[in-house]
Design a protein around this ligand. Structure first.
Ligand SMILES: C[S@@+](CC[C@H](N)C(=O)[O-])C[C@H]1O[C@@H](n2cnc3c(N)ncnc32)[C@H](O)[C@@H]1O
Length: 248
């Protein structure tokens, strides 16, 4: 693990939620295994993008990297020079280290909250990442915090850097409640490897912690924080998930 001070209140926050993370990680690994959130299709597109678009060695920061299972596959045979993964969950980071072992590059893993990056980190790392990823992690933040993280991402990216946002989204003009009902309806129908108890945990988690934005709101954040252009590289047929690229 890196010794750079990345986060405010690092020590206080460290131990409290690890048990909850472990339980959620076990469920999430079932979700990945069943490809219920479309990781196979999304990361296939991401892999092609990284191979074709990034012809020179690049540095990546992965916010909410989890177990890094899919990003490790997407980074195979790319020009990755350095990878930094940040996550709240220590156990996820341990698995991430082992999943990333196949990728020959410099690696850093740091436990902490990416919405609490320190000024020191922001100054030290200003302009130093070519790609910043956030995959299924930003939707836990409310809009004002998403606004802050977009500003910080823009600061941390190099002049020609890219922010890759993979996340759940609402339809334009869809209320959060309608989205949650629609999403959970799909979970109930398709996520067949979950036990009834696991379904309830997922339902409670999504109902209390998911705050997806519409694509338009995300594009507006990109414009506000001086990204030159943005594009959608993937959208699912249910209109719940997209892969968006924001270019500096
Ligand atoms: C749904 S998982 C996604 C993991 C991986 N990026 C993927 O796409 O498969 C969300 C991850 O983000 C982490 N996470 C959520 N909010 C976070 C925060 N504020 N700071 C750091 N990690 C966070 C969680 O611990 C979890 O591992």
């Amino acid at each position: 693990m890196s010794d750079i001070i990345y986060f405010k209140h690092e020590e206080e926050e460290k131990s409290t939620n690890q048990e909850l993370f472990n339980q959620q990680l076990n469920i999430y690994q079932k979700v990945l295994h069943g490809n219920y959130m479309g990781h196979c299709e999304i990361y296939d597109i991401l892999h092609n993008f990284l191979v074709n678009y990034l012809q020179k060695p690049f540095k990546m920061l992965d916010l909410g990297c989890g177990d890094a299972c899919f990003i490790a596959q997407a980074l195979a045979n790319t020009n990755i020079a350095s990878y930094t993964g940040i996550d709240l969950s220590e156990i996820a980071l341990e698995i991430a280290q082992s999943n990333m072992a196949i990728i020959p590059c410099e690696k850093h893993f740091q436990q902490g909250d990416f919405s609490e990056l320190t000024d020191e980190f922001l100054q030290q790392k200003e302009g130093s990442f070519n790609v910043i990823m956030a995959s299924f992690a930003l939707h836990h933040l409310l809009l004002p915090k998403k606004d802050v993280i977009f500003r910080e991402i823009a600061k941390l990216l190099s002049a020609d850097g890219i922010f890759v946002l993979i996340d759940v989204i609402r339809k334009e003009s869809e209320e959060r409640e309608t989205y949650i009902e629609r999403y959970l309806d799909d979970v109930k129908k398709r996520w067949s490897m979950l036990s009834p108890q696991e379904y309830l945990i997922v339902k409670n988690h999504i109902s209390s912690s998911d705050f997806p934005e519409t694509p338009q709101t995300l594009y507006e954040l990109g414009i506000k924080h001086n990204f030159n252009r943005s594009e959608c590289l993937y959208r699912d047929s249910l209109e719940t998930t997209q892969l968006l690229c924001f270019y500096r």
